[in-house]
Design a protein around this ligand. Structure first.
Ligand SMILES: *[C@@H]1O[C@H](CO)[C@@H](O)[C@H](O)[C@H]1NC(C)=O
Ligand SMILES: *[C@@H]1O[C@H](CO)[C@@H](O)[C@H](O)[C@H]1NC(C)=O
Ligand SMILES: *[C@@H]1O[C@H](CO)[C@@H](O)[C@H](O)[C@H]1NC(C)=O
Ligand SMILES: *[C@@H]1O[C@H](CO)[C@@H](O)[C@H](O)[C@H]1NC(C)=O
Length: 506
């Protein structure tokens, strides 16, 4: 069984490693994926999640209940790419879907022989997470490691209910709480709730220092145990350094994020349904189109928007108390590459890479700002543009629709399963040339875009350290985040890492 799991892991890992374009969250996605759909644990779906015989599949925005299709199966190895016609130029389509270079990496997250589970605990750690789904995920995993360092019993973290997209979801609505607790049994004691007798005990409420190392927790924070039985972390984002932590702590973070923390069964089931329906169209691209109201308001990116829209966004920024920067020069932001690509730019980009107009695309995003008016251009280039709302009925999405973190979790699952994942990236100067008429779409643009992306195809590489010359907080901020790319900590070369199944955790 262990062996089997291992090999499945390897297969999945290899496929994902090599399929992904871009880097954001790719490695994080890998591991999550491994535990998302282990075949032995596919949950029993309630009827409402089963594929109807007459499958509803939205085509180009309209619902079409008439098409009867055989239920597509979630295949581990993707079907061979469709021979799509209408390819631009003479680009080889097979090459587009080909996996980037693999380097035989395998997960290596087992603890060393000297690693000890938290023994006698000294007190309780309460955690208030902050941010969107990914930020909360990373924060939760860090706090597992912090609890271990502090010899604390971890109380299941509270999710952020105040962020821009207010969401009342509790931990167990988004994550599999039982699995989280049992799977960390050898690392940290996790309980659902603070014991009753401590409910009114005085707590040490702390904003842990950002990007701290083990010493900070062992010395400064652990000394609080002398006076308090309960420590409450008021924030969870970036409280632990990315680098220079003991290997066993780094591996524990990976076990927490990629093994212990998985989505609740109802989210996994719905995610799988969406993947099945997306797969019906063949291999697909998942596009993380971050062209959402909060992102645009926060970043001050107003390129291509009307003056009214720009004002609308500015107002949101001014009224959102916890966003510190209020005055933003949109042109400057864009020139620096800090803006998400507009849907139109994404269309130009994909076409330049050579993707024909029949390519199925899944939009992983919340509500696109301005809705159809801003999507029209991309939609006309790529009619098979899908999202949750087009793939599932209002009834099916009902339980999730008012919970932004659950909706984000569904996108996460469809993105992990995609054949190509594209986080939007800056290609701004090329698009500006196109807009000004200095560069025409076609072979020349195509060559430049392909050249730009040659080395950005998601192949494994060592995590980047701080940018040289930066100091203090900026130095940490400039580092590549641990979970974005846990290499070398949690991925090892197969050649130098012999599988030893007897060291498996559990
Ligand atoms: C946690 O427990 C271990 C082993 O019992 C001990 O060596 C370590 O100093 C403790 N750390 C803290 C912060 O209490
Ligand atoms: C979350 O938990 C609290 C406290 O147990 C409860 O009152 C609330 O209804 C829960 N929220 C949801 C969305 O279930
Ligand atoms: C979602 O929230 C909106 C606004 O509060 C409400 O009108 C709608 O009925 C809710 N939908 C579901 C499925 O709960
Ligand atoms: C596997 O790990 C166990 C426990 O650490 C050790 O005793 C054994 O020798 C290892 N086997 C190999 C083949 O390395």
């Amino acid at each position: 069984m262990q062996q089997k799991w291992r090999w499945r892991t390897l297969g999945v890992l290899r496929r994902l490693l090599s399929c992904a374009i871009g880097s954001i969250g790719i490695l994080a996605l890998l591991f999550a994926h491994v535990r998302l759909f282990p075949s032995s644990q596919v949950p029993n779906l309630p009827d409402s999640y089963k594929l109807p015989m007459q499958q509803e599949i939205g085509l180009g925005g309209e619902r079409n209940w008439m098409v009867e299709v055989a239920p597509p199966h979630l295949s581990r190895s993707p079907p061979p790419p469709h021979k799509l016609d209408g390819a631009s130029g003479n680009l080889d389509l097979d090459k587009l879907w080909k996996q980037p270079q693999k380097q035989d990496f395998v997960p290596c997250v087992e603890p060393s022989s000297t690693y000890k589970s938290t023994g006698e605990t000294r007190g309780y750690l309460l955690v208030h997470t902050n941010g969107g789904l990914n930020q909360m995920r990373a924060g939760i995993c860090d706090m597992v490691a912090v609890a271990h360092i502090l010899n604390a019993t971890l109380v299941v973290p509270e999710l952020d209910k105040r962020s821009f997209w207010q969401d009342t979801s509790n931990f167990s609505d988004v994550f599999d709480e039982d699995h989280f607790i049992t799977s960390l049994a050898n690392d940290v004691k996790v309980i659902r709730k603070l014991p009753k007798e401590l409910a009114t005990a005085t707590r040490a409420v702390k904003h842990f220092r950002s990007w701290s190392g083990v010493d900070y927790y062992q010395d400064e924070i652990a000394s609080l145990w002398e006076d308090y039985q309960v420590i409450r972390a008021a924030k969870s984002d970036s409280r632990l350094a990315n680098n220079n932590l003991p290997p066993d702590i780094q591996k524990l973070r990976c076990r927490a994020c990629y093994e212990a923390l998985r989505f609740s069964p109802r989210i996994e089931a719905m995610g799988k349904l969406l993947v099945d329906r997306m797969r019906f169209y063949g291999p697909y691209i998942a596009l993380h189109l971050r062209y959402e109201k909060d992102m645009l308001a926060f970043s001050g990116c107003t390129h291509d928007l009307s003056p009214e829209e720009a004002d609308d966004l500015k107002l949101i920024r001014e009224n959102t108390v916890y966003w510190k920067v209020k005055e933003i020069d949109s042109m400057e932001q864009r020139a620096k590459g800090y803006c998400p690509l507009t849907p139109k730019e994404v269309g130009i980009f994909l076409a330049a890479l050579g993707f024909p107009s029949k390519t199925p695309i899944y939009i992983a995003a919340g509500e696109i700002y301005g809705g159809d008016s801003h999507m029209a251009e991309l939609q006309s280039r790529y009619p098979l543009l899908m999202n949750k709302e087009k793939l599932a009925s209002a009834e099916e999405l009902g339980p999730f629709i008012n919970h932004s973190s659950q909706m984000a979790a569904l996108d996460y699952i469809v993105s992990v399963e995609s054949d190509i994942f594209i986080p939007s990236k800056a290609l701004v100067h090329l698009f500006d040339k196109v807009e000004q008429g200095a560069l025409k779409e076609g072979r020349k643009l195509s060559t430049q875009v392909i050249e730009l992306h040659k080395r950005r195809q998601g192949s494994p590489r060592k995590r980047k350290g701080p940018i040289s010359g930066t100091r203090g907080t900026d130095r940490f901020r400039s580092e590549e985040a641990f979970y974005v790319n846990p290499l070398p900590d949690c991925l090892c070369h197969k050649a130098s890492f012999t599988l030893n199944t007897s060291v498996m955790i559990q």
